[in-house]
Design a protein around this ligand. Structure first.
Ligand SMILES: NC(=O)c1ccc[n+]([C@@H]2O[C@H](COP(=O)([O-])OP(=O)(O)OC[C@H]3O[C@@H](n4cnc5c(N)ncnc54)[C@H](OP(=O)(O)O)[C@@H]3O)[C@@H](O)[C@H]2O)c1
Length: 333
């Protein structure tokens, strides 16, 4: 049965005006939302690092106010003037300026441009797709770009940084499922067993790793999915094997990168930039279809550490910004 859009519904709205920066659940109408040719009943969203920055005001993410938070959404089409989508169809959206330049997924109903939507891939439920969300899509996009650039399992282990986080835990699951040996670097030694249960064959404490000072250190890894940046990425760049690929996706540990050209010109290492929000649509559809098929994460239940409602997100935001997040958090609507 296709739902009618009610006169009012719940949304997590972020304001910044003369009364200051504040965010919380309120009752809104469809007319309060950005326009779009497709209206969906959002069933699930999720919480990413960027959502925590936006929801608390600790990072300047939103370009205007007020706006609904949430960079991801999955739900069912309830109205459409696009030929590509019809009521009842299950869809998802990640990035595309959600919770940045237009209303995001923390709302029971959302209007979107049809060009932003991806058909829910066969093999995934709406819930599964939001356990994956931007974090898992980013991990899969990293592997997609690495493989286009020649990465193969037989080249050796891939190191994943920020391993217990959203991108990191999803990367371990997806890479090991695709046949790669994965090493994990984490600040949480007490979670090494959990990381091994997701497929990591070796775990290293980021507090104990010594990177050395030379432009090229001994080559340990054939590639890297890095969500930490800063000194971690600088150290890893000197420790990648010839012709290896580093997918740079995040800055949880800092944005400054200090390196030399030596890894690039002496070892042929490639530094691949991962910008999931603006990923071209055909690549987006291809990566999502792999996420529902050959790259389907095997440990979605284990990686989804928490499910929350719109009222319970502040605590998750604060934990995430303190570096204490674990796996993924799904928002139920
Ligand atoms: N480029 C893109 O398209 C894209 C997409 C998604 C996310 N990102 C970025 O990727 C990063 C991770 O996002 P996420 O959603 O996975 O966040 P998350 O769930 O909070 O995970 C981040 C992880 O990084 C590690 N970490 C935190 N603080 C650190 C520090 N000071 N030094 C070193 N490691 C630290 C922690 O893992 P351990 O304790 O295990 O070390 C933490 O769990 C963020 O910077 C985010 O903005 C980018």
């Amino acid at each position: 049965m296709i739902e009618q859009v009610p006169d009012t519904f719940r949304a997590f709205r972020i304001h910044n005006d003369e009364d200051g920066y504040r965010a919380g659940v309120e009752s809104i109408t469809l007319a309060d939302l950005d326009e779009g040719d497709v209206t969906i009943r959002v069933r699930h969203s999720d919480i990413n690092y960027k959502d925590a920055l936006a929801g608390t005001g600790k990072g300047k993410i939103l370009r205007r106010y007020p706006m609904c938070g949430g960079i991801d959404a999955a739900g069912t089409v309830v109205a459409s003037t696009s030929d590509a989508f019809e009521p009842g169809q299950e869809v998802l959206v990640t990035g595309y300026g959600l919770s940045e330049t237009r209303d995001g997924g923390y709302t029971e109903y959302l209007r979107l441009d049809s060009g932003m939507l991806v058909d829910l891939p066969a093999g995934l439920s709406l819930f599964d797709s939001m356990v994956i969300g931007t974090a898992g899509f980013t991990a899969a996009l990293s592997l997609y770009r690495m493989e286009i650039n020649g990465q193969k399992p037989e080249h050796g282990p891939i190191v994943v940084t920020g391993a217990t986080g959203g991108v990191g835990s999803m990367a371990i699951d997806i890479l090991t499922g695709a046949g790669y040996e994965v090493h994990a670097i984490s600040g949480k030694t007490e979670q090494f067993e959990w990381l091994e249960s997701l497929g990591a064959s070796q775990c290293f404490s980021r507090h104990e790793l010594e990177w050395g000072q030379r432009p090229l250190e001994s080559a340990r890894w054939a590639g890297c999915v890095d969500s930490v940046g800063g000194a971690m990425l600088s150290g890893i760049a000197a420790a990648i094997k010839p012709w290896g690929n580093i997918a740079s996706c995040g800055l949880a540990g800092g944005m400054k990168l200090q390196t030399t050209v030596m890894p690039f010109i002496i070892r042929g290492v490639s530094l691949l930039g991962i910008d999931s929000p603006q990923c071209p649509h055909p690549i987006r559809e291809e990566v999502w279809s792999r996420l529902g098929g050959a790259w389907r994460p095997r440990f979605l239940v284990e990686i989804c550490r928490q499910r929350v409602g719109l009222e319970e997100m502040d605590e998750v935001f604060n934990r995430m910004l303190a570096g204490d997040s674990l796996g993924r958090v799904v928002v139920d609507l």
